[in-house]
Design a protein around this ligand. Sequence first.
Ligand code: FE2
Length: 208
Amino acid sequence: MNALAAIERPVDTVPDTSRLRGFVTAFADLLAATRDEQAILDSGRALLSRLIAADDWLPEAFAQPHPDRYQQYLLHCDSRERFSVVSFVWGPGQSTPIHDHSVWGLVGVLRGIEKVERFRRLPGGALVDQGEELLHEGEVDAVSPRIGDIHRVTNGLADQPSVSIHVYGANIGAVERATYALDGTPKTFISGYANSVIPNLWDRSKTA
Ligand SMILES: [Fe+2]
């Protein structure tokens, strides 16, 4: 047997992670070039749009819905925790609570539809409904305390999962932030992640 063939693994056991690797590398370059939030959101939106333009790279383990609650899977965290990339997976009918982020974030829909309901918090603490929007595959939304940071996200599909890819300006699963009752009462939380292992982006033996 050919020596190389002997050590080759079946192709289908190694997902093509080159797109996600290219994305996180480009995002690290962006953050090295600027700390201006609007520049990060503008250029980051273009990078995320390119990543979600094709749906051939997310390993299945990070697209699995849970029967009872939405899932947040960590795909990558920058070594300096300047940014993190997650997949959000909603089963039919699942929804987040109303929540904030406390850092900038970009949300791109990879599969399905997401309903986004936006809120603004008055100085006295009450929430004001700012309207809602449907995000479709390939569309990107942005949040930050500067441009609007409070929303509730629901799976826009009644009969199948939806999946989105998010980038945040921190290790988002470790950030203390808040959920809100409809009357504006906050409750702090740290989300963590649904997974204990992350995709291996760095095996270059099968991909460019
Ligand atoms: Fe959110």
